[in-house]
Design a protein. Structure first.
Length: 262
């Protein structure tokens, strides 16, 4: 085989070197471009993260201001309104002792009853305003306490049971308020319509689902009552929380089950 002339071989070697150099150059350009793009993306993500952190910080500050305002209103109500109701009640009791007219005493009794109802309503409002009560444990404790106090002068015996409850589980003010109003309506219905001798509160937590069941051994709910405002309001409140309200009623009693995601 004939060897290539030195000039052609040299040209060939130079061409190969130039080609390799060009390929290396292209590879370096691609690598540098990718690094720059990666750096740009990381910078954008960092800016976005900083922006999200700023938004979160503002939201936390906003929540803190709201909580402080709630606490202020709670303290003002306790100090001013609470003191005013207590003074009104004392004055009414003093007048009742001095009153001799039966009609006047009856009117004063109504005044005392109204002042007691106002005091109970105020305590409920103070409980709902206190951000320290935004936990599952606090809600359950208050639900049991409220039900017992509401029915203590009746013949209805109250029972309660708990299963797998994590007391520290966070519960928003809106959830807590709507759950309590559902409980309040349900307990009032038992008192007014059920003719029951027992009422049972059952609380269950399964992972991120919380259930509250209110059951009684009364006469059940009639078809007319199933369409009443009270039951419609309970279903509406649970719908607002993306929860469930299930009602089962027969001759052996009524079961109301409320479920939410916590």
């Amino acid at each position: 085989m004939k060897q290539l002339p030195d000039t052609i071989r040299l040209a060939y070697i130079i061409a190969v070197i130039l080609l390799i150099t060009f390929v290396i150059f292209i590879v370096l350009i691609v690598v540098l471009y990718n690094k720059r793009q990666l750096f740009f993306i990381q910078q954008q993500q960092l800016k976005e993260s900083e922006h999200q952190n700023q938004l979160l910080q503002k939201e936390l500050e906003k929540q803190k201001v709201l909580e402080q305002e709630r606490e202020r209103i709670s303290h003002d109500m306790h100090d001013d309104l609470g003191a005013g109701i207590s003074a009104l009640k004392l004055q009414a009791e003093f007048l009742k002792q001095k009153a001799e007219d039966d009609d006047l005493q009856s009117d004063i009794d109504e005044l005392l009853k109204t002042s007691e109802e106002m005091n109970i309503s105020m305590r409920e409002m103070l409980w709902s305003l206190n951000s320290g009560n935004d936990t599952l444990g606090s809600f359950i404790d208050y639900a049991v306490l409220y039900t017992g106090n509401f029915l203590k002068k009746t013949k209805i015996v109250v029972y309660s049971e708990y299963e797998s409850i994590i007391a520290e589980t966070s519960l928003s003010t809106e959830m807590r308020r709507n759950l309590f109003l559902c409980l309040k309506e349900a307990v009032n219905n038992v008192y007014k319509h059920s003719h029951a001798s027992t009422l049972k509160l059952s609380f269950l937590q399964e992972e991120n689902t919380f259930s509250m069941k209110i059951s009684d051994n009364g006469t059940g709910i009639s078809e007319d009552q199933k369409e009443g405002n009270g039951l419609r309001n309970m279903k509406r409140r649970m719908s607002e929380l993306s929860g469930e309200c299930n009602i089962l009623s027969d001759n052996s009693g009524t079961y109301l089950v409320f479920k939410i995601i916590v």
